[in-house]
Ligand binder design. Sequence first.
Ligand code: COA
Length: 277
Amino acid sequence: MQEDIVLRHLKTIPEMRSMQEVEQSVWKMESPVPIHQTLTVAKNGGILIGAFHGEEMVGMLYSFPGFLNGQVYLCSHMMGIKSGWRHRGIGERLKRAQAEAALAHGYRLITWTYDPLETANGYLNVGKLGVVCSTYIEDCYGDMPDQLNQGLPSDRFQVEWWIDQDRPPLPQGDEQDLLRWQLTAGGLPQPVQVVDNIPDAQILSVAVPAYFQDIKQKDMELAKAWRQATRQVFTRSFAAGWAVAGFRCHRGEPVHEYLLVQRRLLSLPQAPWQKGE
Ligand SMILES: CC(C)(COP(=O)(O)OP(=O)(O)OC[C@H]1O[C@@H](n2cnc3c(N)ncnc32)[C@H](O)[C@@H]1OP(=O)(O)O)[C@@H](O)C(=O)NCCC(=O)NCCS
């Protein structure tokens, strides 16, 4: 926990400008969200929070109202922490402050997308916050030119964070893995086999590489193979009624694991975008 980091809800034009600087620093993007847009969101039910070290904004979170199939929810579009400030709990604090403010506004569902192969996000979202996911979007945003995303289809999990209830614990029972992997001669994890038929089990696990950006830098073909293999297992298992509801973090190991259960066992409402599916 960072005692010297203070969180503040963002409202002013200078704060929106600082938010743009964080965006540019995190994604190395040319065009951050315009100030006329972020300011309007802040005045109309959005939740924008900055993490400050003194006067410097080192992290930000940007969310706005969503409305679909008669249901209102909070759409959390971006969270970024400047690189020297990551992995110190700031992201988790921002998300928890967002949930608290969202409940006070009357929201009960927060959604956002993230790349399931980015395991710091996976661990934070699924492992620590307790989101669930049964929506996989292939190439969600098309080609993305920024530094973190370039070179691969922008596949995303669309997660559900039901903030007025805890995610139920995983059932006890046997577990089967859906994706086999091995180490390459260079010591990078490589997917070798996707299980064809979903086995009969209480829990399914899916291995994902622990350092995906490292793989992208060293071996783009291998990164593509991970994208392809995980796309296949997640789309298949979600279509068969499974949902991601756990994350097993193996610190220092080459892969972590997502854990899936039958969605009906979670007793959660349907997400608005799943209605009519
Ligand atoms: C994703 C991001 C916002 C998380 O913020 P953060 O402040 O680093 O998050 P936290 O420290 O609260 O939580 C991250 C956890 O993942 C762990 N972690 C770090 N690297 C990891 C990895 N490769 N695999 C798994 N877990 C990892 C951290 O140790 C931490 O867990 P701990 O508190 O138990 O030690 C930040 O890394 C970031 O800005 N990334 C780039 C932009 C991005 O991807 N944004 C999200 C999509 S919009």
